[in-house]
Design a protein around this ligand. Structure first.
Ligand SMILES: [Zn+2]
Length: 247
């Protein structure tokens, strides 16, 4: 059996990191960034997230009516957005719709704000309706590993108002498990710890997710055969995902 050595500081990296006001981004390494839409080369995301967003947009919206508005942001850019919004919209609005600098998912490279193309696009609250191509994208998003991150009924948990335009890459099968069980990322860790869920995938495989609490020291863990992925949670441990063929 293979083993892998996990280091305590690895809990701050990976596609499942929870970044919010209580859990600031801790990984100082800027991700490898690429644009998901070649029409907007300055709007970028982490490479794998960009590849899958591109595929989801191609499937839902081949004519390109959906446009990216804001992807990866540096700390300085997030600070500037915070300062500008505070100045023009006031504190209540800013706290509802703009994450504190250092606590924004946009700084991970795993989030993208999307809009329906229009002559004027609101940068802080882009229009991304429930119907038409945007609705179709929403239906397909989980299949490509994306979730609508901020929903109205989860506001007490996320601390952010509903944002129909903000999509977060978590990967398959996590997006499907979150969607099917009505979970936000704040709830996902406890769900996985309690359930060790198994997801049946469209390609005929299953994916099982387990949670591992990280000890203080580097730690060797055995890996089962087959494809495995380990992601930190930015809180206290790791998600281990194992893909298996269904016999
Ligand atoms: Zn956003």
């Amino acid at each position: 059996m293979r083993t892998v050595t996990l280091h305590p500081d690895q809990i701050y990296t990976g596609p499942l990191i929870l970044v919010n006001a209580r859990h600031p981004l801790r990984d100082p390494v800027q991700p490898y960034l690429v644009p998901p839409d070649s029409r907007y080369p300055q709007i970028t995301m982490e490479r794998q997230a960009a590849r899958l967003l591109s595929a989801a947009l191609q499937a839902a919206d081949p004519d390109g009516a959906i446009v990216p508005v804001s992807g990866w942001r540096s700390q300085a850019q997030q600070q500037a957005i915070w300062d500008d919004t505070l100045k023009t919209e006031g504190e209540v609005f800013t706290r509802q719709y703009v994450a504190l600098p250092g606590c924004s998912e946009h700084q991970t490279g795993l989030a993208m704000d999307l809009a329906l193309a229009a002559p004027e696009i609101d940068f802080i609250r882009p229009h991304f309706p429930q119907d038409g191509v945007c609705g179709l994208f929403r239906q397909l998003a989980a299949r490509y590993g994306f979730v609508q991150r901020y929903r109205r009924h989860k506001e007490p948990l996320t601390g952010i108002a509903e944002e129909p335009w903000h999509f977060r890459y978590v990967g398959v099968p996590h997006a499907r498990l979150m969607e099917e069980n009505d979970l936000c990322l704040e709830e996902y860790r406890d769900f996985v710890r309690g359930n060790r869920p198994v997801c049946r995938l469209e390609n005929g495989q299953t994916a099982q997710v387990t949670y591992l609490l990280c000890p203080q020291e580097p730690w060797d863990i055995p890996l089962p055969d087959g494809r495995c992925q380990i992601s930190g949670d930015n809180v206290a441990g790791f998600f281990l995902t194992v893909w298996r063929d269904i016999p």
